[in-house]
Design a protein around this ligand. Sequence first.
Ligand SMILES: O=C(O)c1ccccc1NCC(=O)[C@H](O)[C@H](O)COP(=O)(O)O
Length: 261
Amino acid sequence: MNILDKIVVDKRKEVDLRKSLIPISQLEQSVLFERKSPSLAKALRESTSGIIAEHKRRSPSKSVINQSLNVQDVAKGYEAAGVCGMSVLTDSKYFGGSLDDLLLARAVTSIPLLRKEFIIDEYQILEAKAHGADVVLLIAAILTRDEIKTLSETAKGLGLDILLEVHNEEELHKSIMPSLDMLGVNNRNLKTFEVSLETSKSLSTQIPGDFVKVSESGISSVEAIKELTLYGYEGFLIGENFMKTDNPGEHATAFIKKLES
Ligand SMILES: O=C(O)c1ccccc1NCC(=O)[C@H](O)[C@H](O)COP(=O)(O)O
């Protein structure tokens, strides 16, 4: 069993429990349910940097990254840096995150927020909306084409953007459909945890031009972004490189300044 399989086994149990504790009718009563979500895809298309900065305390590949920061300080720092959006990991067991992190970030920022989660059930999309997300991640490796269609149409119906993540050609070809906004290529091999930007480069020509292309994981330099831009990427998801520092917002500011200079 690879790490993604393990996460999904745990996630099914977690979602069943959450559903039994909080009914959908309660999620729909959240004031955030009525909020109009800004589009991350649009922000990326209009941006000169394309940075999506992540809040990530720990991960299966790196163990602890940073447990001492306040999510609201991180969110304010990222917004001040001029990022296009913020990714908030909400998985608790493997990443140390929570839906409260999303809610807290929402309370202090107006930039698009991505719920970074292992979504396998429509219920998690309703949770995302109720906690202030503007974008949801769907991971092709853990979903069938029919599931991607149903989940993305549910998200669209709630006014959310969809970032569909792939790791290889097979996942990409099975997933392409009009209800997606952004196609993300994850540079991390989830079997070996090895990171290679070659994954983004090699898949780039196969992503149809109407989707915003996002490169995810293992990005730590401005030079890498400049190179990925030549392959048509408009979005760059960065977690560890910012989160391993004492002040992720300050580092994002310096990074974006260098990128735009
Ligand atoms: O980061 C991991 O170890 C990981 C393991 C298993 C599933 C997902 C994982 N990461 C989620 C992500 O997609 C990254 O947090 C995101 O792309 C940022 O990556 P990085 O800049 O390398 O922190």
